[in-house]
Design a protein around this ligand. Structure first.
Ligand code: CDV
Length: 319
């Protein structure tokens, strides 16, 4: 059997006054809990080192904004997390704001049990807006502060499994999972910050938890892979963010879910062989996918004209 003991380390709110040292000590505490449970791999949230700063209005280049970004990874403060994980022989996924030359990315990395970064992902689906709008109850300015990720959706061999990454809004897009599914991904790690009450209709806010699980359960099942998802949640700077961090099996079933809106560790044994039936039968891509019918997916971005088949292919009445 090929398996991995996976932990998801949900974080409660990180307020603006909480510096990195505070956040990192909470991550290390969760890492130690994971070790005590016999876990080998931990998934931390999106932008896990600071408060969720895209809720405030800055100009790119502002000192206060720049301070949310990491110049290096590990850096002077994050080194303690890398050391603690290497000591515990635990691999992890970590989301953070990355400076790379002039580029600014919403990034995640895979770190192996020895503390080496073995893979990186930069968020591709950036939600929200570039320009503030005072008519909204709250801003979500990821489009203003981050560049679109330029690394695709890579899958890495780590801890004897094929592992992929996504970040928050990516989880709502089936393409995210499929691109990794086509690389044989076995475990997708992702972190999220999902605020509610920014001015969306009441029904959208009321369904936020449902859509969180719906999209990830579908992505897991359609690609016969595990999904491990970590929220940063609770009331952060007056804004509410959903929790329900979860681990989902390749059958699409939730096998562990957080029940608080605070720092909380959940875990599950992920059996990769368990997915083989689905990968070889119903979702045997090689046998069953029909790419000739999927061209619109990469040719078009938004909704366009209806595409009709040649009528002669389906109607013989003119003959
Ligand atoms: N951090 C995110 O990407 N949040 C979005 C919200 C803004 C909808 C999400 O998809 O959860």
């Amino acid at each position: 059997m090929r398996d991995l003991m996976v932990a998801v380390a949900q974080l409660g709110p990180i307020q603006k006054i909480d510096n990195r040292a505070v956040a990192i000590s909470r991550l290390i505490d969760l890492l130690h809990q994971a070790k005590a449970r016999g876990c080998q791999f931990v998934v931390f949230p999106e932008l896990a080192l600071t408060t969720f700063f895209p809720r405030w209005i800055y100009d790119r280049g502002d000192m206060e904004l720049e301070a949310y970004f990491e110049d290096s990874m590990p850096g002077p403060e994050t080194a303690a997390l890398f050391e603690a994980a290497a000591q515990a022989e635990i691999g992890f996924y970590l989301g953070y704001a990355e400076k790379f030359g002039a580029g600014r990315y919403n990034t995640s990395v895979f770190v192996n049990q020895r503390g080496d970064i073995i893979g990186k992902y930069r968020k591709i689906h950036l939600p929200g807006h570039s320009e503030p709008d005072s008519s909204r109850l709250g801003e979500h300015l990821e489009k203003r502060y981050f560049d679109v990720g330029n690394l695709g959706f890579p899958v890495y061999e780590m801890m004897n499994a094929r592992m992929g990454m996504a970040i928050c809004n990516d989880r709502r897009w089936p393409e995210t999972y499929r691109v990794m599914g086509l690389q044989g991904v076995e475990l997708i790690s992702l972190g999220y910050n999902t605020p509610v009450g920014l001015g969306e209709p009441f029904q959208a806010a009321a369904r936020a938890n449902f859509h969180n699980s719906l999209t990830m359960q579908a992505g897991a099942y359609h690609n016969a892979c595990w999904v491990a998802a970590a929220a940063k949640c609770g009331c952060e700077e007056g804004y509410n963010m959903i929790g329900q961090s979860m681990i989902i099996s390749p059958s699409g079933e939730i096998v562990a879910m957080a029940t608080t809106l605070e720092d909380e560790l959940i875990s599950a044994r992920c059996d990769f062989d368990d997915a083989q039936y689905l990968k070889q039968e119903i979702f045997n891509f090689t046998h069953h996918r029909r790419t000739e019918a999927y061209a619109l997916i990469t040719e078009r971005t938004g909704i366009g004209d209806m595409v009709r088949p040649d009528k002669a292919l389906w109607d013989q009445s003119d003959e």
